[in-house]
Design a protein around this ligand. Structure first.
Ligand SMILES: [Zn+2]
Length: 344
């Protein structure tokens, strides 16, 4: 019954058995179930003036922990996105229903949590469609979001997901809970979230659940609230799906109508994708245009609001300053996109 501790990063794959066993021992003393009839939690009494972020929990549902997770989220007055593994949903349909009853958004996290890029396209589609069915059968609705296990994705997988109406979502901040992070470290990771971003956490760790009250109070003290992930933009928005308020920064002067420069530098490179860092100078109100090369698509971005995924994409400030980044799926084309900047 102790399932492997699944990590979702493409960078570290080590299994931390000792950490997981320690967590499981703690859970035996944790308190009981969630009221299945409860309605969505009340909105937290916070201003949300700086926007919304998404709390996400992968790999459930899980009989030993999901009720504890739901209780903690409800007590904190927040809603989260839960990326369910299909076979777990099929084995625990009542927990899927409990997630929905607690006001959570339920996403697809594959059926067996494989390395999806090792699969044929039809196997990918099977992983995705069986999970859609398992979640629907549990009363969880029809997911619109797919988080690939280990964050591993490519154009073929995104097409398979799109064919089922699923937008592929990775994350902006990795809590490292899968890697043995302490509750304090998980809280600290959440402290890096900015408007529109999401944080990767997991269903099965007591450390993760213990972090929820501090995460929520920390967000609220920064004018941020927990929201949903928009299936159309992949960014966190208000729980009702409306877009974020524009960030306001009274210390930032209005654009002077001058020019600006966007400078690219290399970030981490993976087998199928690469990160680019973009530094903007000249103004704090800018629009950066990236002209992607053939086959390339934007898989992820951080510290800017990025519109579009292929062809010409634009990035605007989201309150996180003048340095942002993008992850570009290469699809065999490793040439950096051309960047241009205009003020305003
Ligand atoms: Zn996972």
């Amino acid at each position: 019954m102790i399932r492997r501790a699944a990590d979702d990063t493409g960078q570290r794959r080590s299994r931390r058995w000792s950490a997981f066993v320690a967590c499981a021992a703690g859970l035996l003393t944790a308190a009981a179930g969630v009221a299945a009839t409860a309605s969505a939690p009340a909105a937290a009494a916070a201003s949300c003036s700086n926007g919304y972020v998404a709390l996400t929990y992968d790999d459930g549902p899980n009989p030993s922990n999901t009720n504890n997770l739901l209780n903690a989220l409800r007590q904190a007055g927040v809603r989260a996105t839960l990326f369910n593994i299909g076979q777990n949903a099929a084995s625990n349909p009542s927990l899927v229903a409990a997630e929905r009853a607690a006001g959570m958004w339920i996403g697809n996290h594959s059926y067996t949590h494989p390395h999806m890029l090792n699969l044929s396209q039809s196997q990918m589609s099977s992983e995705l469609s069986r999970t859609q069915s398992a979640i629907q059968n549990g009363g969880g609705g029809t997911p619109q979001l797919f988080r690939p296990p280990y964050g591993e994705t490519n154009g073929t997988l995104q097409s398979a997901a799109s064919a089922l109406g699923l937008r592929t979502i990775t994350w902006d901040v990795d809590s490292q809970d899968w890697n043995g992070a302490s509750t304090a470290q998980i809280v600290q990771a959440a402290g890096r979230l900015t408007n529109g971003q999401s944080i990767l956490m997991h269903d099965q760790y007591a450390t993760t659940i213990a972090a929820i009250p501090q995460i929520v109070s920390g967000l609220n003290s920064r004018g941020l609230c927990a929201g949903m992930i928009s299936p159309s933009t992949g960014r966190a928005v208000a729980p009702d799906g409306t877009s974020n308020p524009p960030p306001t920064d009274p210390t930032t002067p209005p654009p002077g109508g001058g020019s600006c420069t966007a400078t690219l530098s290399a970030g981490q490179q993976f087998g199928d994708r690469f990160n680019l860092n973009v530094a903007v100078s000249g103004t704090s109100s800018w629009t950066v245009t990236l002209a992607l090369n053939g086959g390339q698509s934007v898989q992820n971005s951080w510290n800017a609001s990025v519109s579009g995924t292929t062809g010409t994409v634009t990035a605007r400030p989201n309150g996180a300053g003048n340095n942002f980044g993008v992850t570009i799926m290469a699809n065999g084309n490793w040439t950096w996109p051309a960047a241009s900047c205009r003020a305003g």
